[in-house]
Design a protein. Sequence first.
Length: 133
Amino acid sequence: SVMFVVFAAAGPFIIELVFGPSFKSAYLPCLVIMGAAFIAGLNIMSGRALKMAGFQLYILIGTILALIVSLLVNYFFLAEYGAMAGSFAFLSATLVAAIVSRILVRRQLGFEPLPNMTTASKLIKKLRKRAKI
């Protein structure tokens, strides 16, 4: 999140310094992609929790939904809006995958999958109970 704030404030200068003035238009798509990466980082525990609990099929379903959303956004908007459409396709696919996996973790495992010690301890208890350890 610190990198996001730094890039949001100094992004055009950084891009121009590193890549030259012709790449200044890449600032907004980069900002959107960084937002998607931040969302993916917050959601990293959901996929791992579902995998550990044996729900790989649910991860596949969420990934397929994200792929469909990305393909649709790219198909309808990429020709007209270029890199911005591509970055929004990535953001929308990331959001779909995050929402689906968080809903599935709440329904299947019974806890909120935000990365903190409380949810980690609940996950460990749930997995031990499921494995009968």
